[in-house]
Design a protein around this ligand. Sequence first.
Ligand SMILES: [Zn+2]
Length: 102
Amino acid sequence: MKIKGIRIYPRQLGDHECPHCGQRLERRPRRLWQKAVSFVLPLRHYECDGCSRRFFAFSPRWNSMSIIEKSLRVLATAAVILAVIVISIRILITGILILSGY
Ligand SMILES: [Zn+2]
């Protein structure tokens, strides 16, 4: 999977090794949205010193979860994203109503 040049590996990486060049990987600090996502989906952000590729991979915690917990976490992520969209639209509509004098 590839989103905006950042690869996401839907599996755990063995021994923190780069899947491209085999170099040892360091975990990188995550941005706020990445932390929000990883609250429900345990993704880790890696950057390779060897080939400077950046990507995400699931943490080892993911593999030890049951399928029910995985589903719940995916659903929770979808619910949070939906809530953010609905709230944004509501704020937008309220703003338009105020501007148009209702
Ligand atoms: Zn690499």
